[in-house]
Design a protein around this ligand. Structure first.
Ligand code: FAD
Ligand code: NAP
Length: 664
């Protein structure tokens, strides 16, 4: 029996492209499930679609940015919905929701959860889900079951048998802490005798052709257009590197760079041609971050192309889709249509060849091209439903790259077009600015970053550095770097009027100090400022990795009312200056120890003086431990229950008095 074609509207709200890619893969599955689908970016709200007028079911895929915020593309939609109070406004809306987040952050899936609850307040009905996928443990753990059950759920709903409309609570319980769920489930798996549930191999729809050798990105205009096309932006800043110095000691376990660069030009795309404005005056405030364009490592790209048997790496690649209705790879079709790209440059600038691309769909495709049965079998295990834990622990956790997989499964020879179709786009990386913008000074931007190292272990077949930090660390004076304005600037500091006599407590261990340096520099320059500023900074060893040491110590005697230092790997600071000794309390290992040791004073600032609290840096452990420490301290000092103290800080977050700019 042929099912009648049903229709569905897919809407995605994406920050880095993950939600978009998932929405597109759902769109591509619609036809084979007898559904007619249309797809929109949420930014088309009220322009391309009217949410209150859609009568067919909506599939909403939404990611999270910052510490639980709605992605930039969703701002307009969210701001409009937020203000609405009519509880029938979305009474037509029947939706399935898949949220993407990361349990490393305090507010897991904050963006999609905000939409979900607002949809319901406005009369919308959730007909499938919610599913909250956790990047901390692997998005696929929730994404795959969402996709598996979606079509049946939509069919049940459309057949008006709403009582049987699936709710995931029954088929895939919503687990906010997916990490724990995985741990609970994790046991030794032997899949040898198990019948595996293998995902369907996505049909190959891309084809590529190669024309004569032609190296392209030597032409600057071509290069800039490519960058704009890649990021779908209309403006790009071109900056010149002034210096890029290592600011940690040679013996430090971490290597931190201090990159300084000056924007020279802003290139603006107008009617497909580039206009250049000279000496771009890039203005920003403390707490702002920029997005830097960082290509893949060229040696890794060369090795990958060699392994893929692609020899003519200077030839022009043209990618076409045999099924224009499908979205997979459409971006790559457009990129190669608009830009004369060599295969090498395509792999260098356009696709992620590391762990972000390694998803079950890609593994399924690789399995299809193995000549050796055991290679094929293992790859099928990895992508099967039953092999989820294996995939997680052996592939996702070690953050294996595409080249690692191809090195491991030597008989696997995927064709380039089917491979490209399964690769995620390469995304830009954000960096907080530690410079201070002043109209009168030379407009030099400064940022600090620690090199991310992946050694050759846990199945990784070669050692490497993080995509961005590896690239940035190699930049030399007078070389160019390209960046974009970051629209989401949620870490702005309170103005002097807002602050008045309220204290500002800043917590930024390691490179997390960056935005505070920018702020303190601005305060230092403003001789009239009388703000009550408190800084908590931590590093391993003051002789090795104390970032901006002399500046911070100077601030401790000028703009800071109090500076608390903690050192995690040393306690003997005999040879340090008296100023440093004054800010260090013996045995303060982490910033939380300094907070605990000064609990009375800090809680007084928060509770009695209505202090603002700003935290920047690591989201995996530090920011959570700091919040926990604050909750405990306030509970003790103010005789509150832990629940009430917790609520106190959640209220502070809601009122933007406790802000976090954190990254896992
Ligand atoms: P990737 O190739 O993307 O690999 C990162 C992976 O390595 C992660 O999945 C993680 O699991 C692992 N990893 C191990 N150790 C670390 C570590 N110490 N940091 C990050 N990942 C690690 N970073 C800065 O160094 N300085 C900044 O000022 C800064 N500002 C940021 C501002 C914002 C708003 C955001 C969102 C992020 C900021 N980051 C900053 C993080 C930065 O964008 C990159 O994520 C980071 O530099 C790693 O990039 P990469 O491409 O080298 O690593
Ligand atoms: P780091 O050098 O790893 O750590 C700095 C100090 O913090 C060390 O002394 C470290 O001690 C200590 N530390 C470790 N675990 C801690 C915990 N649970 N609580 C408190 N302190 C802890 O710092 P980093 O490499 O610069 O890392 C900062 C992270 O923030 C990076 O991931 C970076 O990408 C990110 N970042 C984000 C932003 C942003 O989102 N705006 C800005 C800047 C940086 P030990 O190592 O001795 O345990």
């Amino acid at each position: 029996m042929t099912l009648k074609q049903n229709s569905v509207t897919i809407i995605y709200c994406s920050q880095t492209g993950q939600a978009k890619a998932i929405a597109e893969s759902i769109y591509d599955l619609a036809a084979s499930n007898q559904f007619e689908a249309e797809i929109h970016c949420v930014s088309g709200y009220d322009k391309k679609f009217k949410l209150n007028e859609i009568t067919n079911p909506v599939v909403f895929v939404c990611s999270t940015t910052g510490d639980g915020e709605v992605p930039e593309t969703g701002f307009r939609c969210w701001n409009r919905l937020k203000r609405k109070e009519d509880d029938k406004f979305l009474s037509n809306l029947n939706y399935a929701i898949l949220g993407l987040g990361d349990t490393n952050y305090t507010t897991f899936c904050g963006g999609p959860k905000s939409f979900h609850s607002k949809f319901q307040d406005l009369g919308g009905k959730c007909i499938y889900g919610p599913f909250w996928a956790d990047d901390g443990t692997g998005l696929d753990i929730e994404v795959e079951p969402f996709k598996d059950g979606l079509w049946n759920a939509l069919r049940s709903f459309l057949s008006k048998d709403q009582s049987s409309a699936l709710n995931t609570e029954s088929i895939a319980p919503v687990v906010d802490n997916a990490a724990q769920a995985v741990e609970d489930k994790l046991k030794e798996l032997s899949l040898t005798d198990t019948e595996l549930t293998i995902p369907v191999l996505a049909e190959k729809i891309l084809t590529y052709t190669i024309s004569e050798p032609h190296d392209l990105l030597t032409n600057k205009e071509e290069q800039l257009k490519l960058y704009l096309d890649i990021t779908s932006s209309t403006e790009i800043y071109e900056a010149i590197v002034n210096s890029n110095d290592i600011i940690t000691d040679k013996t430090s376990a971490k290597t931190c760079y201090d990159l300084k660069f000056t924007p020279e030009n802003i290139h603006i795309l107008e009617n497909d041609s580039l206009a250049k404005a000279p000496s771009a005056d890039f203005s920003y405030g403390p707490g702002d971050a920029i997005n830097i364009l960082c290509p893949n490592n060229s040696e890794e790209v060369k090795s990958l192309l060699t392994r893929l048997n692609v020899k003519s790496n200077e030839d022009v690649i043209s990618i076409k889709s045999s099924n224009p209705k499908k979205i997979s790879g459409r971006k790559y079709v457009e990129l190669t249509e608009k830009n004369k790209l060599s295969i090498f440059n395509f792999f260098t600038y356009c696709v992620d060849i590391r762990h972000s691309s390694i998803k079950k769909g890609l593994i399924r495709m690789l399995a299809n091209y193995c000549s050796d049965n055991s290679d094929e079998k293992r790859l099928l295990e990895f992508c099967s439903k039953e092999g989820s834990e294996l995939f997680q622990s052996l592939v996702k956790e070690p953050q294996l790259s595409l080249l690692d997989l191809l090195n491991m499964f030597k008989s696997c020879k995927p064709p380039l077009d089917h491979l490209i179709q399964n690769l995620s786009p390469l995304v830009i990386r954000s960096y907080s600015l530690c410079s201070f913008y002043s109209k009168t000074d030379k407009n030099e931007l400064e940022t600090v970053f620690n090199i991310v190292n992946f050694d050759q272990s846990m199945g990784r077949t070669y050692s490497r550095q993080g995509i961005a930090t590896g690239y940035l660390s190699k930049l030399k004076s007078s070389e160019k770097v390209f960046f974009f304005k970051r629209k989401f600037q949620g870490f702005t500091f309170p103005s002097d009027e807002d602050l008045q006599d309220k204290p500002l407590i800043m917590i930024g261990p390691g490179t997390g100090i960056a935005p505070f340096i920018s702020y303190l520099r601005s305060k230092d320059a403003d001789k009239n400022s009388k703000s009550n500023l408190v800084l908590f900074y931590g590093c391993r060893d003051p002789t090795k990795d104390f970032l901006f040491k002399s500046e911070v110590l100077n601030f401790s005697t000028t703009v800071l009312s109090n500076c608390y230092l903690s050192f995690s790997r040393v306690s003997n600071i005999e040879n340090e200056s008296d100023i440093l000794k004054k800010s260090y309390q013996k045995n303060a290992k982490y910033v939380q120890d300094s907070i605990r040791m000064n609990s009375k004073e800090i809680c007084h600032l928060i509770h009695e003086k209505s202090a603002y609290v700003y935290i920047c840096g690591d989201a995996a452990n530090m920011s959570k431990d700091v919040l926990k420490c604050f909750v405990e301290c306030l509970a003790n000092e103010c005789n509150l229950s832990v629940e009430d103290s917790n609520k106190y800080f959640l209220d502070m977050m809601k009122n933007k008095r406790y802000k976090q700019d954190i990254w896992a």
